[in-house]
Design a protein around this ligand. Structure first.
Ligand code: ATP
Length: 371
């Protein structure tokens, strides 16, 4: 065997190693420069996308473990280098070719925009938990935190790592199996974002084009509360996206949420359903207290059904539970940290229902052209 020819058994073992960010075998990504076995020593040279790759040690550990499985190998030496600009351009071209553009009518990724009428109803907490529940079920899931003024997804998912940039391509950090991108990852400290419509539109557009999510089953968008510019941009950039509307049981909250949901009447988007959050608090004696009243979710689903002319179901009601708040504060969503909690089980049930629904035209108002 010449110095240039990789050892086929070693290469086959290395094909089981995935780049943690790109989620593709490192052999397919052009990251294995050489793979030889000399005596009983496996010598592998790995090229990282950039020299300062934050996941360097993970990749080295995975390569070492994979190479060790080859029967002839007693020890493994991993040399790490960085790709040349030319190699990165080839990688980018290959990824662009294979990634699914979420806005395409033929895209197989289900895009769910999570909306609410007002802030503080638990929209971001539910987005994070629904995503984790779907990922735990084996789906490939991404979140775009489009709540640019009140971005909270990185904290809820426990992400402190910045996205990796490969030239103009952005690789989103992965937490609990979910790929996440947020404007919060691009601002220093807790600086408020004071962008207006056109900038918000461009930020969302950039997330959708420059962030490499790879092939996703579900992309969740955490929208800002209300019926602002971003909701319109989402409808324009992702015409196939569907809305999930969150409310509390309070009648006033449901009325405000109706405005967020009825935006679908203008954009032609489908409303997947309503989720009522903070429905009740379980007291130590087993009784239920309803701090925010009751009936808001049912009221909202009835109102939206009338406005949109199609059934909009109440998909579930989630209890007010301190463990849900604690999970958000610690970056370990309750569906993973306390899966036995009733609130977690209800979120998992809702997530499974959403994931099961086939994509299609049912429930959509189709434009009718007069003949
Ligand atoms: N079911 C629940 N039980 C207990 N606490 C909850 C529940 N849902 C949300 N919370 C808490 O309520 C607060 C508001 O939730 P969250 O930030 O998810 O709301 P939001 O609708 O996304 O708000 P905004 O749009 O203003 O960001 C958070 O502190 C969160 O931990």
């Amino acid at each position: 065997m010449t110095a240039e020819t990789p050892d086929p058994l070693l290469l086959a073992a290395l094909a089981t190693v995935q780049d943690p960010e790109l989620r593709r075998p490192i052999t397919e990504l052009g990251m294995v420069e050489s793979a030889r076995i000399i005596g009983s020593v496996a010598r592998v040279k790995v090229l990282l996308t950039i020299a300062a790759c934050p996941l360097r040690s993970t990749i080295v550990a995975d390569v070492t473990a994979a190479a060790s499985t080859v029967p002839a190998v007693d020890s493994v030496q991993v040399e790490v280098g960085a790709m040349s600009p030319q190699q990165r351009a080839t990688l980018r071209a290959g990824l662009k070719h294979r990634s699914v553009p979420f806005g395409d009518p033929g895209s197989l990724t289900r895009v769910i925009a999570v909306a609410s009428g007002k802030g503080g109803v638990g929209k971001s907490s539910l987005t994070a938990n629904l995503a984790c529940a779907m990922a735990a079920d084996g789906l490939r899931v991404g979140i775009i935190d489009a709540d640019v003024h009140g971005f909270s997804i990185p904290g809820l998912m426990g992400i402190t790592q910045a996205p990796t940039r490969v030239d103009e391509m952005i690789l989103p950090p992965v937490a609990h199996g979910v790929k996440v991108i947020s404007i919060g990852m691009f601002v220093k400290g807790n600086v408020p974002v004071i962008w207006r419509g056109p900038m918000l539109h461009r930020a969302l557009e950039q997330f959708l084009t420059d962030v490499h999510f790879g092939d996703l089953d579900v992309l969740l968008l955490d929208l800002p509360p209300g019926t602002g510019d971003i909701a319109i941009s989402v409808a324009q950039l992702l015409p196939g996206s569907e809305l999930l509307v969150i409310t509390t049981p309070q009648s006033a909250a449901a009325q405000v949420a109706e405005r967020a949901g009825s935006i679908a009447a203008q954009t032609g988007q489908k409303v997947l359903g309503v989720v009522e959050n903070m429905s009740w608090l379980q007291l130590p004696d087993g009784t239920r207290m309803e701090p925010f009243g009751s009936g808001g979710g049912a009221e909202l689903s009835a109102r939206l059904s009338t406005t949109l002319g199609t059934e909009v179901r109440l998909l579930g009601s989630i209890a007010l539970d301190p463990v849900l708040r604690e999970g958000g504060d610690s970056g370990l969503p309750v569906v993973l940290g306390h899966p036995q909690a009733p609130a977690a089980q209800e979120i998992v049930r809702i997530a499974r229902g959403l994931a099961r629904r086939p994509r299609g035209l049912s429930g959509l108002k189709l434009p009718v052209t007069p003949v």
